[in-house]
Design a protein. Sequence first.
Length: 191
Amino acid sequence: MAQTRAIAGMHDVELAALSAAGDRAAFGELVRRHGSSVRGLLRRMGAQASTADDIAQDAFLAAFERISEFRGEGAFAGWVKRIAARLYVRRWRKDSRMTEEVEADDEGHGGEVSAARRIDLDEAMKSLSEQERLCVSLCYGAGLSHAEAAESIGAPLGTVKSHVKRGLDKLRLRLAPAEGAGSEAERQGHV
């Protein structure tokens, strides 16, 4: 019990060092801390809940196997999210080669705007094309640079930048306040 409290109070870098030395409880704490945010990123990238769970599990297994590579130069969460994003991209590329219709079928569920116009980011992300959602998620959710995102999905840098810009523009429009609430700022060009 005392060891559990001690581990819970440690910084991610300390937990990673213990994990590299073989301490499974320390790595378990890292999974507990960051598992939901990794799954959330994968869901925003377009993964269904079960797929996000599978890829998150694979990402943490890969992270455990490569924990000695984590140097603490950035956040552990960012490191494991990059691993998860790359795994998702690999699966996405494989699936998109096999069939392009699966994503179109999935987007038809739950995309309607509620009467109160409450739209959260996940719903807004569903309004983006598959490529826009992927590029925005890689660059803003996983923290990859445009160049890293282009390399990971095998697309030209300019294409990734275009998808990100169009995606962000669509998100701004979709998430803008209801008519009249923010229109003065928009008219003045401050948006």
